[in-house]
Design a protein around this ligand. Structure first.
Ligand code: EPZ
Length: 418
């Protein structure tokens, strides 16, 4: 067991480089299964979920190496089935992308119902609806999702809920299907575009990714390619909030500023200065910040994955803020941890009313999931005294090199083995 120990109060200063985007990297690794060839994927974040995916590829029979720069060289020629071991599947959520990839390449895939963050109910009915519309049969047998199809035939699929995972899984299954597939009410997140881009680089024919109608013309086969993953806007947003809460002045490199527009707009409303350059942003905060109202939405709205760090920021901003979580029904669990640090927050269903206090105070808290763990780090950086965060493995699933990046910005943070 490891914990992070933070002495709060240091103003963050300096430069930080953002890693590749976890939520693009994971399905992008799954696309290599579809290629059935040699692929090179660059700019992967060195995080646990990426290591788990490499393990899945190897378990399936691929050869995969990952270097310390985040480049994975993978040869999936040798894979002849897509039946993932239960233990690997349950380590994280994105293991379910092997379903779309396996169905597409082999007409068969099996994976245990995936793990991932406990942030409310996370059904996969839209994934299943999409696979069935393409002609697959889907059965859940003792928690294992089993998909099979003699032939996949393109179809028109309307998603009842805008889902990142379902949009990607259906794209994966449809690229090698016969004929044309249309996904309506598709998710528009930057990682949808990234996954479509690598598939097109492999020879797929996908148009409309990034809009709510994606059109896929099935092709006969794919081939290997070299591809670089987009930067992680959620990691960037977390550093923006860390700078803002500590009254810092930092430059965040390797970002696509347009992916952060909703976050930048809210921070500016709070009196944080955000300057945008080509692929970097500077975040400066001098005075006490002003509370604002925030509602999480699908892209290009405010991302649910930054709701927790944003709520931490609002906990010590002036006035009352209202945060509405419209994507996941259980994403306020961390509020009890934050209350240990003195935060004044009342949660009613999907709404949190936050009355800003002057300053949080250090306490022993838990990372309940990935982003709530990041939120506790943001809280600890500004709090009076020492904050100890346990269950750090949640944070390691999604933030590459977190404490070194923060140390370089002047934070007082150490990792302690218990
Ligand atoms: C992805 O989860 C991300 N995970 C999440 O990031 C992120 O919070 C989420 O998208 C929203 O942006 C990965 O990419 C691995 P959804 P996903 O399907 O795909 C409902 C993080 O911290 N829904 O877009 O599971 C669902 O319950 C993680 O990095 C259905 O009803 O999210 C939710 O309310 C956490 N049926 C909404 O849609 C379905 O079949 C959005 O979920 C699928 C989803």
């Amino acid at each position: 067991m490891e914990k992070l120990v933070i002495e709060g109060g240091a103003r963050l200063k300096g430069k930080v480089d953002v890693s590749g985007f976890k939520n693009a990297a994971l399905p992008i690794i799954a696309t290599t299964i579809l290629a059935g060839d040699k692929c090179t994927v660059e700019n992967l974040p060195l995080i646990r979920d990426v290591f788990y995916y490499r393990d899945i590829l190897e378990q399936l029979g691929a050869k995969a190496t990952l270097d310390d720069k985040g480049t994975m060289r993978v040869d999936t020629t040798g894979i002849d089935n897509c039946i993932v071991e239960n233990e690997l599947a349950q380590k994280f959520r994105a293991s379910y992308y092997t379903l779309g990839a396996g169905l597409g390449r082999f007409g068969k895939a099996e994976v245990m119902y995936p793990g991932g963050c406990n942030i409310g109910s996370r059904p996969i009915d839209q994934h299943i609806k999409g696979f069935e519309a393409l002609g697959a049969t889907v059965e859940i047998d003792h928690g294992i999702i089993k998909c099979e199809a003699d032939r996949l035939i393109g179809n028109k699929i309307y998603l009842d809920v805008v889902s990142v995972g379902a949009t990607i899984n259906i794209m994966l299954a449809a690229v090698l299907a016969e004929g044309k597939t249309t996904i309506e009410n598709a998710a528009k997140e930057p990682h949808i575009v990234d996954v479509a881009n690598i598939l097109n680089a492999m020879g797929a024919n996908i148009r409309g990714a990034g809009t709510d109608v994606i059109k896929i013309n099935g092709v006969n086969g794919l081939h290997g390619c070299t591809y670089s993953v987009i930067p992680d806007q959620i990691e960037a947003g977390t550093y923006m909030m860390a700078a803002a809460i500590t009254g810092g002045d930092i430059i965040i490199n390797n970002v696509i500023p347009t992916h952060l527009e909703s976050v930048t707009a809210k921070l500016r409303e709070m009196n944080v200065e955000v300057e945008e350059y080509g692929d970097s942003i500077r975040v400066t905060a001098d005075d006490r910040l002003k509370g604002v109202n925030v509602k999480t939405l699908t892209y290009p709205g405010f991302p649910t994955d930054l709701q927790q760090p944003m709520s931490v920021l609002l906990s010590s901003a002036e006035g009352t803020s209202i945060v509405t979580e419209s994507i996941f029904d259980g994403r306020f669990k961390y509020v009890d941890e934050l209350k240990r640090m003195g935060a004044n927050i009342k949660v009613d269903g999907r709404t949190a009313v936050i009355k800003g206090i002057e300053r949080l105070s250090g306490a022993r808290v838990s990372a309940l999931d990935l982003r709530s763990g990041a939120a506790m780090v943001v809280a600890g950086l500004s709090a009076d005294g020492i904050t100890e965060i346990d269950n750090v493995y949640h944070i390691d699933r999604g933030y590459a090199n977190l404490e070194n990046k923060l140390l370089n910005l002047g934070a007082k943070i150490t990792r302690v083995k218990e």
